[in-house]
Design a protein around this ligand. Structure first.
Ligand SMILES: C[S@@+](CC[C@H](N)C(=O)[O-])C[C@H]1O[C@@H](n2cnc3c(N)ncnc32)[C@H](O)[C@@H]1O
Length: 249
């Protein structure tokens, strides 16, 4: 049985298994810095991070956080908000909140980040209306997400995996037209990356972390990855990802 979103993200354990694979084997380790450069906030900026997870993005750019920024980190689950708080402490403020019903007044933020989370939101038009409401006029939304074919070789290892479901919901190809009724200056930037995996265990941990994992036998996946490492030096996995950015008129 597939886990609910609340079950999958009750704590950061499942997400950390996925983050660990990317951290260890991405050939381009500069995702967070690249994402940060998309906005480069001014002193005093108010930046809302929606679906912040365990604040992995902010941890990577910790040294560049300007103390004058106001940074609420918001997530649907208390477990994720607690993990974010452990990571960033007094540098941010923490809010349990649903993107579809934001507990902030209108015109509160200069920028909203929605990193790899909009594909989870059931009523995205409602979330876009909320994001637009809390942004100032001219404020920006950066919604990072995956593209078609994300982790295709890894997904092919296990029938229970289905990354295309996410790129179909809100991906680099499918996101921009959904934003059109709400925002202007919509554009997509792609980040060049891939995985070159040299250890089978983190791959198996990734497969187990999926919300659709139900005790599936990992032996075929294990053999495929081990053979690729023995033959090619690494199990190579495509990783199309990037950010959809836009502005409130
Ligand atoms: C794939 S994780 C991404 C975490 C983080 N932004 C990152 O890029 O590492 C998705 C996060 O979105 C949160 N989330 C899902 N639906 C949400 C909603 N409707 N409102 C707020 N957060 C949500 C989940 O709890 C989870 O922490």
């Amino acid at each position: 049985m597939t886990q609910s979103l609340q079950e999958q993200y009750a704590t950061d354990d499942n997400l950390q298994a996925r983050i660990a694979l990317h951290a260890a084997f991405s050939i381009n380790p500069h995702w967070a810095e690249w994402l940060f450069e998309q906005e480069a906030p001014a002193p005093g900026a108010r930046i809302l991070d929606l679906g912040c997870g365990p604040a992995t993005f902010w941890r990577a750019i910790k040294d560049r956080i300007d103390p004058s920024w106001f940074i609420p980190l918001a997530d649907l689950t208390p477990g994720m908000v607690a993990a974010a708080r452990r990571e960033l402490g007094a540098r941010a403020v923490y809010v349990v909140a649903d993107a579809q019903d934001l507990p902030f007044p209108a015109d509160s933020f200069d920028a909203v980040l929605a990193n790899h989370m909009l594909y989870h939101v059931p009523d995205r038009p409602r979330a876009f209306a909320e994001i637009s409401r809390v942004l100032v006029s001219g404020g920006t939304l950066h919604a990072s997400t995956i593209g078609h074919g994300y982790l295709a070789e890894l997904v092919a290892l296990a029938p229970h995996m289905n990354a295309e479901r996410y790129s179909e919901s809100f991906g680099l190809e499918t996101g921009p037209r959904q934003l059109e009724p709400f925002f202007t200056d919509i554009h997509v930037e792609r980040f060049q990356d891939a995985l070159a995996v040299t250890d089978v265990e983190p791959v198996l941990a990734y497969l187990r972390s999926s919300e659709s994992y139900n005790g599936q036998d990992p032996s075929r996946a294990r053999t495929t990855v081990q053979n690729a490492i023995a033959r090619d030096g690494a199990f190579r996995v495509a990783k199309p990802l990037g950010v959809v950015s836009c502005r409130k008129a």
